[in-house]
Design a binder for this molecule. Structure first.
Ligand code: SIN
Length: 378
């Protein structure tokens, strides 16, 4: 007989911030394997601990998935990062049938305010609470969609323990009619719990699809079907909350893994968008204001105007200052730089910026950086 029972969902404490008062909600529970309010050795507070289920931690950072609006039809102009991790979890009690979940509130901001220090903090914590704990199956990061692809790329490069790290967001705030966040979150937790999701690097799960963090990009400012890797495709799909992987576990060609254990800061890298008549001032201003590297979103296969190209050549060849040339087209390869800049290969400007920052944090110089970028897609 199914017994209705009140579950006390533990306060969802964080390593950096204590949040959320205890939640109470009703669910069916006939399982005697369950302990409530379980705290593990790393201080993760689980809502429940059922010995038959995998363990997943959810790092919440803010964004639309935690967004709120007085207008339930608003899909713009709402407040991102309004709800805490406890509210996100309590909105989807179904996830407790999939995994034991512990919530960690890393930040609660729109994703435009995610900084490289927040990224480093997440990488350090994930390496501790996920990678170094054999009892943990996977992790989920809830995030605003606008810069989600940057965080996903960063975590893909810096959390390298074969366990799934799944980044998830939503295009509609939690208060909207047909909000997409709750189902996206359930799917993300499900993928993070799944043994088949191991050894695929970080993944983005949204709108019933599973994509590799390495290439996936937000392709549309408004619609739910926005995260795509147009040339590279998806890793899998989710149907009736069942993940289906199209291919065996594999990592992107030329991907570089980083150990950031001792990294305390990521050097500043600026992105400059190329256009007709682009002035060299933009480049010199970036350098003068403290950038340690620059990514140019060039036109076509990375091209820039002749005068700007001369400035790139001078900076790279004479001063050893790294300038990566990527493309503003959204797809395709920059195979070669006429100016002697570093070609981004198949990496977009935002992903090139993250990779360059990580390489600079390791003290790499122009030729070593060129070598790493040269491996992407090869
Ligand atoms: C954000 O990126 O934080 C706002 C937009 C979104 O999450 O969709």
């Amino acid at each position: 007989m199914v017994q209705l029972k009140h579950l006390a969902v533990a306060a969802l404490a964080t390593a950096s911030q204590t949040s959320a008062s205890p939640l109470i909600f009703t669910r069916d529970d006939s399982d005697s394997n369950t302990t409530y309010a379980f705290t593990n050795a790393n201080g993760l507070n689980f809502t429940q601990m059922n010995t038959t289920l995998p363990n997943v931690t959810i790092f919440a950072t803010g964004g639309t998935i935690a967004g709120s609006s007085p207008d339930n039809t608003a899909t713009s102009g709402y407040q991102a990062g309004a709800l805490g991790i406890a509210s996100l979890i309590s909105a989807v009690p179904e996830m407790l049938d999939v995994a034991n979940v512990a919530g960690v509130q890393i930040s609660n901001v729109g994703s435009g305010d995610i900084t490289s220090s927040i990224l480093l903090e997440m990488a350090h914590k994930l390496n501790t609470v996920l990678c170094n704990d054999p009892s943990m199956a996977g992790a989920v990061v809830t995030h605003g969609t606008d810069t989600l692809e940057e965080t996903a790329f960063f975590l893909d490069a810096t959390v390298n323990c074969k366990k799934p790290v799944v980044i998830v967001g939503a295009m509609r705030p939690a208060t909207a009619i047909s909000a997409d966040g709750p189902f996206n979150l359930l799917q993300a937790v499900t993928v993070a719990s799944e043994p088949q999701a191991r050894e695929r690097g970080a993944m983005v799960v949204m709108n019933d699809r599973i994509a590799s963090a390495y290439y996936v990009t937000k392709t549309n400012a408004n619609v739910m079907d926005t995260f795509k890797a147009v040339e590279m495709g998806y890793l899998g799909a989710i149907v009736s909350n069942e993940p289906y992987f199209f291919y065996p576990a594999v990592q992107p060609t030329g991907k570089t893994a980083f150990d950031v254990t001792n990294v305390t800061a990521i050097p500043r890298v600026d992105i400059l968008y190329s256009y007709q008549d682009m002035s060299n001032d933009t480049l010199y201003d970036a350098v003068g204001n403290g950038a340690k590297g620059v990514v140019v979103a060039g036109s076509g296969a990375g091209s820039v105007n002749t005068v700007f190209g001369d400035a790139v050549e001078e900076l790279v060849s004479d001063k050893g200052f790294p300038v990566v040339q990527s493309t503003r087209t959204g797809n395709g390869q920059v195979p070669y730089s006429a100016e002697g800049g570093i070609s981004s290969g198949f990496l977009s400007p935002p992903k090139s910026r993250i990779l360059l920052g990580l390489l600079l944090a390791q003290g790499k110089k122009v030729e070593e950086i060129r070598e790493v970028f040269g491996m992407t897609g090869i």
